[in-house]
Design a protein around this ligand. Structure first.
Ligand code: AOF
Ligand code: ZN
Length: 343
């Protein structure tokens, strides 16, 4: 199963909103074929694994165990059900890490296999499997995207100077890492003041990978059109109170005046099948997510050699658990999880 998870991870960045899935066939104690879900809309892990069995070994399939990191699907999606394939090839035993919470599967794959007489073993390395696909599992189990909060702060816990002018807090290496983080998420969000003061692009130009869909709050459509966010190079959702229309890549979304902007954001992301969101500021927006308890992970960059003095205070986490700390030159990068965020 460890190997299945390694194979699954090879699909990172190419399969969302689908999960990363790996599979392998073992005859006695020998792996005879491996496969993984490589591309959204294309073959599932089980299909690739079975197709990879060398012709001269095919007669062993009906005596082999199939290991797969997610319950085999049982629905016609972009591809036919993997359960039918397993039954057709007479695979006697299937070992699964965890069930698929997707409403069209959700235990029905396991049920179908058992009814067909397949020996099904579940719960093998399920914690690691949940961790690997935490975005997918959060999306389907909690009906909201996986939410990552990110900010950079000075050693005296400020994120900007008091006149809001942009201060470069993190170093060039860290900035590259942040672009990698962006490439791993489906959507990215900032508040209006951050859009105005920092004029961020929110792209992944320092790292290979896809740009996330951008989301910006601009209640009264007062932000200037020349901002990078409005350059139409990337699909961008503009949450506002005035306009509902599409203008190229710029998608104006009208929210009710008093509506909770976080709830609106979540419902839009659900509708569009965007399974994860990274929020990059400012302090007010980040703090709103924290106060609602609506976050899964926080990535806090602290420049130990910078003090801003009079400035904008960094957000304050609640209910956080530190899971990792690393140093990149002067920057200390702390990764927290929400203690209430288990799957
Ligand atoms: C599997 N093996 O490798 C993956 C599965 O639109 P489709 O046909 O690609 O189906 C997508 C759904 O299938 C996805 O939401 C998830 O429930 C499951 N993914 N299932 O048996 C795989 N990637
Ligand atoms: Zn499948």
């Amino acid at each position: 199963m460890q190997r299945c998870l390694e194979l699954a991870a090879l699909g990172a960045g190419n399969v969302a909103p689908n999960p990363m899935v790996g599979a392998l066939l073992v005859h006695n104690d020998t792996i005879i074929a491996e496969g993984f879900h490589e591309q959204f809309g294309r073959a599932h892990a089980e299909v690739n694994c079975i197709n990879n069995v060398p012709a001269e070994l095919y007669q062993l399939v009906k005596e082999s165990r199939l290991y797969v990191s997610l319950e085999p699907c049982n629905h016609f999606g972009k591809t036919p059900p993997c359960t039918d394939l397993i039954i057709k090839h007479k695979i006697p035993t299937v070992v699964i890490a965890c069930t698929d919470p997707f409403e069209k599967v959700n235990g029905s794959g396991i049920k179908k296999l058992k009814e067909a007489g397949v020996n099904v073993i579940t719960g093998i390395m399920d914690t690691a499997a949940l961790e690997l696909n935490r975005r997918f599992f959060t999306f389907h189990k909690k009906q909201r995207p996986y939410i990552i909060l990110k900010w950079a702060q000075s050693n005296d816990l400020k994120i900007a100077s008091s006149d809001h002018t942009r201060v470069m807090i993190s170093n060039e290496l860290t900035n590259r890492l942040v672009h990698k983080w962006r490439a791993e998420e489906a959507a990215i969000m900032v508040g209006s003041r951050t859009a105005l003061q920092d004029d961020p692009s929110l792209t992944t130009r320092l790292w290979p990978g896809n740009d996330p869909v951008r989301i910006v709050i601009d209640k009264n459509l007062e932000l200037p059109a020349h901002l990078h966010l409005f350059d139409k190079t990337v699909p961008t959702i503009i949450l506002n109170n005035l306009r509902q229309e599409e203008d190229g890549n710029n998608n104006y979304y009208k929210t009710g005046n008093n509506e909770n902007i976080i709830a609106v954001t979540i419902s839009i992301l659900r509708l569009r099948n965007l399974v994860s969101l990274i929020v990059e500021g400012g302090a007010t927006l980040l703090q709103s997510f924290i106060d609602l308890g609506c976050w899964d992970e926080a990535r806090v960059i602290t420049n130990k050699n910078m003090n801003i003095g009079n400035g904008i205070a960094a957000p304050v986490l609640k209910n956080e658990v530190l899971i990792k700390k690393e140093q990149l030159l002067d920057d200390e990068i702390s990764i927290y999880r929400n203690a209430a965020g288990s799957l």
